[in-house]
Design a protein around this ligand. Structure first.
Ligand code: AKG
Length: 258
């Protein structure tokens, strides 16, 4: 597996590696869950249309009572699947694939692997601007992890319209650039000045490997399709986690230290 591009640039797309059978199982599960998550949001925010939903989320975002809203509801409003979906073992179908383990082992240069729980499974509705993560390094959102990498895996075709992830080539410096924690759904975006923005168009089955340093952001979903994806965070025996994680050798869930 040639990961020299990843080693240099902090990102690499590896095409057609997740077997179609695994893509199908996870995609169907996420599509069904997206439907029930939308119903849940519509009920909670008292609206019966997608347009109304976008409006209600925007109102909540701008309201003074935002910080008092239920955490799980805020998470779902920003395009995260509910916790029970993210904790489902159906998502483990991806790390169960030997090729995925090979990629992670080669990228981390570690043979013993662990995966942060829960994975970040997202559903991004058309024109859902508050689901878009501003420019960031993954290290800023994962203080509990030591050395790790992210695999971002779409279950929808990611073209110019459907959004996905845009990386900033040249930003893979081993230092954190975050300065401001003041945002609501997300951390305030970091500067991308001087870097080349590359929109990673992808097909289901493709995998985007991201270092914890590369600056990247969500590309907006201007299509009529709901985008589903999962970002999995992996670390090796040389890393550490202060939160729940999965031992990929034994498939045991490891509790955080007290
Ligand atoms: O899925 C997205 O929209 C953004 C994903 C992302 O930024 C991440 O995995 O860190």
């Amino acid at each position: 597996m040639d990961l020299s591009f990843f080693e240099r640039e902090g990102y690499q797309i590896i095409r057609g590696v997740v077997p179609p059978s695994a893509v199908q199982v996870v995609r169907e599960f996420l599509n069904d869950s997206a439907e029930s998550s939308v119903k849940h949001l519509m009920h909670a925010l008292e609206t019966d249309s997608l347009e109304g939903l976008m409006q209600r989320i925007d109102e909540a975002y701008k309201s003074e009572s935002f910080d008092g809203l239920n955490y799980e509801l805020r998470q779902i409003m920003s395009g995260h699947f509910p916790l029970d979906v993210r904790l489902s073992r159906t998502l483990w179908e991806v790390p169960r694939q030997p090729i995925i383990r090979e990629i992670v082992q080669a990228a981390l240069r570690q043979s013993t692997l662990f995966m942060h729980l829960p994975p970040v499974a997202r559903f991004v509705l058309p024109r859902h601007t508050h689901a878009a993560v501003p420019a960031h390094q993954d290290v800023s959102y994962n203080k509990h992890l030591g050395d790790f990498l992210t695999l971002w895996i779409p279950f929808t075709t990611i073209d110019e319209e459907c959004g996905g992830v845009a990386v900033f080539e040249g930003s893979n410096r081993t230092s954190e650039v975050l300065e401001d924690f003041s945002k609501r759904f997300w951390l305030k975006g970091v500067s991308t000045d001087g870097y080349k923005r590359i929109h990673c168009t992808m097909q289901p089955g493709d995998v985007l490997v991201l270092s914890r340093w590369i600056v990247h952001q969500s590309a907006p979903n201007t299509s009529k399709r709901t985008r589903t994806s999962i970002d999995f965070r992996f670390f090796g025996s040389g890393g550490r986690s202060l939160k729940h994680h999965l031992d990929l050798q034994t498939w045991q869930v490891i509790e955080p230290p007290n």
